[in-house]
Write a protein that binds this ligand. Structure first.
Ligand code: AMP
Ligand code: GLY
Length: 420
């Protein structure tokens, strides 16, 4: 079949890498793609936020299956447009993607199905929000309701920080995403990510992972989009996974179906684990980036069969074949990230690295320029390895990192530390 993947980051490179290995794949097109993706798939220039343009492209190129990577096209209704045109699609409708696009909506769903999550209140007015902070006292978490590229969450560890967060959001720092503010109880515990496919009715867990959000070793410094990940996450034990399915995921899927907006795609549940139980921190309506890279490393070619079963409503009969393996990815970023950074520095040594079912450098922000690979983003490479143990996967990934000649880049040296 002919497959189109929308997106151009490390997540989409990993999806393309796994899909490409499956013999069902004839043509593979990624839009817009990047320099790494271009080595294994066709790339195309396409406005991925424009549903009509995506539908027209699918007709022109005889695309049989569309996989939507990032949240922005999902929130913009691209899956609605392709499904309405009769194109098999992996990714939720705009109505279902509200589980990521509106934090207040997610809280409403949790209330409706009794899913454990942080206590909260929602506000459209700064004075009422400020009064609530003064009444409750710190610590509190202040969130812009809408999509804010991962930046709309402010930790109010003191009352002053919480109040400043309210002023920042209502002051317009996140535009329309900040028209409403959700204030949450500050949860303690250990965070992990849980990935579940849902076809609207049935659900299939496809793996766990842990991300490293802070830029510096030992979880220090400012927050980023994620500096590395590994799978599985040992903190998400079988018992906690079962509790999360029973109390959070399955009730959410049932509630979305009951409302006439069934959830079809991957549901990424960010969980906070404490005293042997999980609570929901947030949902995302897509694979995590860089968590997808470690999941795809472990799933390999079967990932396409699972995504197809999800899109075709056949998850009740689908199974995941797990190996007893571990995958780990180290994000290499441009010096300065997550602050301002330079673009265009040259990356050398990539062609000498192994590329097989245990070693892969996924490209997140690269372009090909005059025969060289150059950095074009903040997060640039995802150096990924798979092995029998997490320690071995970590050693293998850092050996690859050390063979990359890129003075303009840096990475954390401790990815995996929580599990090791
Ligand atoms: P979010 O964008 O909702 O994922 O929030 C970003 C990060 O903020 C999460 O990954 C958590 O580390 C943290 N966070 C969000 N909500 C809470 C909460 N209620 N309590 C503690 N930490 C939180
Ligand atoms: N790595 C976090 C995310 O994809 O949201």
């Amino acid at each position: 079949m002919n497959i189109l993947i929308l997106g151009g980051g490390g997540r989409e490179h990993a999806l393309a890498w796994a899909v490409k290995q499956n013999p069902k794949t004839d043509r593979l097109i990624v839009a817009p793609g990047n320099a790494g993706i271009a080595l294994l798939a066709e790339t195309a220039d396409l406005d991925v936020l424009d549903g009509a343009a995506v539908v027209a492209f699918c007709a022109e190129q005889a695309v049989d299956f569309v996989i939507i990577g990032p949240e922005a096209p999902l929130a913009a209704g691209v899956a609605d447009a392709t499904r309405a045109a009769g194109i098999l699609t992996f990714g939720p409708s705009a109505a279902a993607a509200r589980l990521e696009a509106s934090k207040a909506f997610t809280k409403e769903i949790c209330d409706a199905c009794n899913a454990p999550t942080a206590g909260y209140a929602r506000f459209t007015d700064a004075a009422a929000a400020r009064a609530y902070v003064l009444e409750k006292g710190a610590p509190l978490v202040i969130k812009a309701d809408g999509l804010a590229a991962g930046k709309g969450v402010i930790m109010g560890m003191t009352e002053a920080e919480a109040l400043a967060g309210i002023d920042e959001i209502f002051g317009g720092a996140f535009g329309a995403a900040g028209a409403e503010v959700v204030i949450e109880e500050f949860m303690t515990g250990e965070e992990a990510s849980f990935f579940i496919l849902s076809d609207g009715v049935s659900a299939l867990p496809i793996g766990t992972a842990q991300d490293h959000k802070r830029v510096g070793d030992g979880d220090t410094g400012p927050n980023t989009g994620g500096m590395g990940a590994y799978s599985p996450a040992p903190v998400l034990t079988g018992a906690i996974e079962a509790q999360a399915m029973d109390e959070i995921v399955l009730p959410t899927i049932a509630e979305m179906a009951r409302r006439g907006t069934p959830y079809q795609g991957v549901l990424y549940a960010g969980l906070m684990i404490e005293n042997g139980r999980s609570r929901l921190v947030e949902y995302n309506c897509r694979f995590g980036d860089p968590e997808c890279q470690v999941l795809m490393m472990r799933l390999g070619a079967q990932a396409l069969d699972l995504l197809l079963a999800c899109a075709e409503g056949r998850l009740a009969d689908a199974r995941v074949n797990w190996a007893e393996d571990h995958a780990l990815t180290v994000v290499m970023a441009a010096q300065g990230y997550p602050g301002s950074y330079q673009k265009g520095s040259v990356i050398k040594g990539l062609d000498k690295l192994p590329e097989d079912s245990r070693h892969m450098v996924f490209h997140a922000g690269t372009a090909a320029r005059e025969g060289a690979v150059v950095a074009t983003g903040g997060r640039v490479l995802n150096v990924t390895a798979r092995a029998e143990s997490l320690t071995a996967a970590q050693e293998s990934a850092y050996a690859m990192v050390d063979a990359i000649d890129w003075p303009g880049g840096f990475c954390r040296r401790d990815i995996g530390w929580r599990a090791l």
